[in-house]
Design a binder for this molecule. Structure first.
Ligand code: SF4
Length: 702
């Protein structure tokens, strides 16, 4: 029997767990850890099932002349890939090959993938599914603070606050163990949740826990401006803090003054009295008023919009006005979603970035990274394009003809997914690395079977910016390889000037050198230090540094050390209501499933609990449309149609329906969602679009 301490394969809470391996298989137990406090959700408890998935991929597959994916050798699969890449790049240029990465890859893999794209393939065309996850928060955080780390403080700090505002975050369902950190604020009545649904998180405000602001989809920014208006009216602005630490206040103040609570109520449906109460809770909790502290947190509900960066900026403006960021016991943060959503966006998978969150257009950054990679700075391509644009260019004239996908299932998770499927089918070659079949591997020309969480060593960076060790507990099945090996092998065959190591610890050492001096500085991070039990939060510039659990205590990361407020204004939903599409559709997660569901839809207990998609409809709306509980409902937008049974619930607004995004086939909600993107972050507007509803046996939409 062996035991191995590691972390959950799924979300960014990265709950600590112990894996026991004996003749009976692998058993999961939670470990006490500051973030999960000994808890796991149902996904974590059942995660060992992934290791014995009956349809585990254990051999490379290549599509044969009859169109079937058939097993082959690694050499033969590599030959197909290298021939296609070489031919396509000779005919159409380096950018004719694209790479799509994932926010679940370890730091080492994410780093190696970014390097492989730039100097193995020589392409600028790389981006990743984290663009769908929290890029608007990243853009807003960088704009305001000069640095983007989801939570710039340990999660446990929330426990001491008198008020916590959650804008579009459903923690109780997406990462249940984290709710333990809200016990204190609930007991003091200070939890404020902005959400169009009465989610499990919103329900935590009941019985004196706080306030639920059930805003119209797409209007979170108005709610935040209204709360700021009340903070100003109540003389709760920390003028000294602003004078010492913040630029841009005058314009923001002028803009907020027009958002009287009654105007906010008209725009959002949130009663004016609730707006005032939320402002009072935050003000009384703030350091200025001698409170124990207040936090403003955003999640995907606020961020996944065509103007998500501005909505997050409104949340940051509110926090800055109250003097919260960079103050111990208070702050602003973004609740990261994907397992390595933080580290995955720091080391080169993003279209415009090099390791260490360096800008790819910065000559000094290019020089530094080129020296680590052993290439000329001129060998590193310029910026590529964000994920939605990258996918929209596939197989278009002048666009990528070959795509390599790593740790992602974009034909389910991308907006307007049916269009993405059509484009992928038209590629010269689609290569997908995964450990189980997915809807994207089904379209692939070559599938490469890879290791998964408990079969590999590496690091993940959690939602609070702490670098965690992922330890190997079991051997991978025969025939499976790590992406580090695959990238090494392909780079060698493609004649890359740069070398690609296959040992995760050595790759981390290289990542540390490449990121050193950058914004996300891992210069002092090593597997050895982490294995000794050190709790390292980046930035950690050298081996003497203990890391930085709390950012911004002395200064923000802009050159002048000050935070920047930006005057932001509400904008309409990109695909707004109209007579033929009179209801808003919002999408989100369920407790039992993760992302596109490629992993969790093959875990028996999780499927039993949530077997299929559904359309959550308010009973009054359903009655008006003649839809009964369980009846199949056709949901149609300007992009497409999806069908799922009705689940009647008064937890959703009457003008809104909700669907989970974990399902595929005819119930793939992303066949309906809108690919309109935020102009700053490139984040698509997953969270809201206009739809019509009808029973499937009806010919006419409502
Ligand atoms: S899915 Fe998230 S909340 Fe659930 S056990 Fe894993 S890390 Fe924890």
């Amino acid at each position: 029997m062996t035991t191995t301490d590691t972390h959950c394969p799924y979300c960014a809470l990265q709950c600590a767990m112990r894996l026991t391996v004996d003749d009976g298989g692998v058993t999961v137990e939670p470990r006490d850890f500051p973030t999960n406090l000994g808890g796991l959700c149902q996904k974590g408890w059942t995660s060992a099932s992934l290791l014995t998935a009956p349809d585990r991929l254990t051999s490379p597959l290549v599509r044969d002349a009859s169109g079937e994916l058939v097993p082959t050798t690694w050499d033969a699969a590599y030959d197909v890939i290298v021939e296609a890449i070489t031919r396509v790049q000779r005919e159409s240029g380096k950018d004719a090959v694209a790479v799509f990465g994932g926010g679940g890859l370890t730091n080492e893999k994410a780093y190696a993938l970014g390097k492989f794209a730039r100097v193995g393939l020589g392409t600028a065309m790389i981006d990743y599914n984290g663009r769908f996850c929290m890029s608007s928060a990243a853009a807003a955080g960088t704009r305001a603070f000069g640095l983007d780390r989801g939570l710039p403080f340990p999660l446990a700090d929330l426990g001491g606050a008198d008020a916590v505002l959650l804008a579009g975050s459903n923690l109780a369902e997406t990462m249940p163990p984290s709710v333990q950190h809200l016990a204190g604020v609930r007991s003091r009545g200070g939890l404020i949740v902005i959400d169009p649904r009465r989610t499990p998180t919103a329900q935590l405000t009941q019985d004196g826990g706080g306030i639920h602001l059930q805003a119209l989809p797409g209007t979170d920014i108005v709610v935040l401006l209204g709360i700021l208006h009340c903070v100003i009216a109540g003389a709760a602005v920390d003028e000294t803090y602003i004078a010492e630490r913040v630029n841009g206040w005058d314009a923001v103040k002028r803009s907020a003054t027009q958002w009287w609570p009654e105007a906010v109520e008209r725009a959002t449906g949130v009663p004016a009295a609730q707006i005032r109460s939320a402002a009072t809770l935050l003000a009384q909790a703030s350091p200025l008023r001698g409170g124990a502290g207040a936090y403003v947190l955003t999640g995907r509900g606020a961020e996944q919009h065509a103007h998500g960066t501005d909505t997050v900026t409104a949340a940051i403006n509110l926090a800055l006005a109250l003097g919260l960021p960079g103050t111990v016991g208070s702050g602003y943060g973004c609740v990261t979603g994907q397992g390595n959503g933080q580290g995955g966006r720091e080391h080169g998978q993003k279209a415009d970035q090099l390791p260490g969150y360096r800008k790819i257009v910065d000559p000094a950054a290019r020089q530094h990274v080129a020296a680590v990679w052993g290439v000329d700075a001129d060998d590193i391509p310029g910026p590529g394009v964000p994920a939605v644009e990258l996918l929209s260019r596939l197989a278009e004239p002048g666009g990528p003809r070959v795509l390599m996908v790593h740790g992602a299932n974009p034909v389910v998770s991308a907006p307007d997914a049916s269009e993405v499927r059509r484009r992928m089918a038209a590629l010269d070659l689609l290569v997908v690395c995964d450990f189980v079949p997915s809807e994207t591997t089904h379209l692939a020309d070559v599938v490469l079977p890879v290791t998964q969480w408990a079969e590999e060593s590496g690091t993940m960076t959690s939602l609070e910016g702490r670098v965690l060790r992922r330890h190997k507990a079991v051997d991978a099945p025969e025939g499976v390889r790590s992406e580090l090996t695959i990238l090494h092998d392909l780079a060698q065959r493609l004649g890359s000037k740069a070398t690609f190591d296959t040992d995760p610890s050595t790759v981390m050492d290289e990542l540390a050198r490449a990121s050193a001096g950058g914004v996300a500085d891992y210069g002092g991070v090593s597997h050895e230090r982490l294995d000794s039990g050190e709790a390292i939060y980046w930035p950690c510039p050298d081996s003497e540094s203990a890391g930085t659990p709390r950012l911004f205590l002395d200064r923000f990361a802009h050159d002048d050390g000050r935070a920047v407020m930006v005057d932001v204004r509400p904008a309409p939903v990109a695909d707004d209501l109209r007579s033929e599409a009179p209801i808003y559709l919002v999408t989100g997660r369920l407790l039992q499933h993760y992302q596109s569901g490629a992993q969790t839809r093959r875990v028996r207990e999780l499927v039993k609990a949530q077997p299929s998609a559904f359309v959550q409809i308010h009973p009054i709306t359903a009655q008006r449309l003649g839809i009964d509980e369980g009846e199949r409902v056709r949901v149609e937008s300007a992009r497409g149609v999806t069908v799922a049974p009705a689940r009647l619930s008064d937890e959703v607004r009457r003008d809104t329906v909700f669907m989970p995004f974990h399902y595929s086939g005819g119930a793939c909600v992303n066949d309906v969602t809108n690919p309109a993107t935020d102009p700053i972050s490139g984040m698509p507007e997953f969270k809201v679009c206009a739809v019509s509803l009808s029973r499937v046996d009806e010919a006419v939409a409502s």
